[in-house]
Design a protein around this ligand. Structure first.
Ligand SMILES: [Zn+2]
Length: 276
């Protein structure tokens, strides 16, 4: 499989879920072996932040990347999932501000906008990480693992019974053709009862029913209209996993299994698999 970049630049803007302020990004083509690189255009120096799992500085509610000078970008996972899902491994993402716009809480708009300008095949082969032995990480009862397989396959179970939300385990075999339809539209979700804590801690000033599916204490979505999938929450967790695994900068050939795993375990898993 060949490396790919975006065919021409794309600009996007929208509210930042943490700051509640307008954020702007521009995705630009990049040469082979460049990787995905964020550039904070509002900073005059030391503003380059590679999308690398070693640069993950926080995993509270989202994945944040920071460089050695302290410049950071938050909420990278849905954009990174879109790029990975489309097979793009080289791009520059100019960011005005310190977070990526949340848009509708999924990867759908990123995918749509990128596809509107198209992809460009490059001549070098994509870097591949073939998992050969099982690596597992855990935190309390949560765990995740990578093991050998012929393709990237993600198997996840979640337990939200305390929140009255039923979620059956879900398996997704990663294919660039199916990502846009099966995973990219699944939106961020949260629980009404957690909103107080989030608001009091100044964590999600831009969160709204426009960008988050909010479930009440009976497990019912408060958003108007239907869920995009009957199992939209677990599909969104898989979207997040794809975004987090993309920070390996490899096309991963292996099987991911997880129970209640999130951004923190995904990062621990890459560190244990590839090295710190
Ligand atoms: Zn997410």
């Amino acid at each position: 499989m060949l490396q790919k970049t975006i065919a021409s630049p794309v600009s996007l803007e929208g509210i930042g879920v943490h700051s509640g302020k307008m954020c702007r990004i521009k995705i630009l083509p990049a040469p082979e072996d460049y990787g995905i690189i964020f550039a904070r255009t509002d900073l005059t120096e030391n503003n380059i932040i590679p999308a690398d799992y070693k640069n993950v500085s926080s995993t509270t509610l989202c994945t944040r990347l920071s460089n050695e000078f302290g410049a950071s970008i938050s909420v990278v996972e849905h954009l990174c999932a879109a790029l990975y899902g489309l097979g793009i491994s080289n791009a520059v993402v100019n960011v005005e501000g310190d977070e990526i716009p949340i848009l509708d809480g999924s990867s759908e708009i990123f995918v749509r906008e990128i596809m509107s300008v198209g992809l460009k095949n490059q001549s070098k082969a994509r870097k591949i990480l073939k998992i050969e032995k099982t690596v597992r990480v855990e935190n309390g009862e949560k765990w995740s693992s990578l093991s050998a397989a012929d393709h990237l396959e993600i198997n996840l179970s979640c337990d939200f019974t305390k929140k009255s939300l039923k979620t059956a385990p879900f398996s997704y075999v990663f294919l660039q053709d199916s990502f846009a339809k099966e995973i990219a539209p699944a939106r961020t979700f949260g629980f009404w009862e957690d909103l107080k804590y989030i608001r009091e801690n100044n964590l999600a000033n831009g969160a709204s029913l426009e960008n988050t599916v909010v479930f009440d204490s009976q497990g019912r979505a408060l958003n108007e209209g239907h869920l995009r999938f009957e199992n939209e929450p677990i599909r969104h967790k898989i979207l997040d996993i794809i975004g987090d695994l993309s920070l390996s900068q490899y096309l991963i050939i292996g099987r991911y299994d997880g129970f209640c795993s999130g951004h923190e375990l995904n990062n621990m898993l890459l560190k244990k698999t590839i090295g710190v």
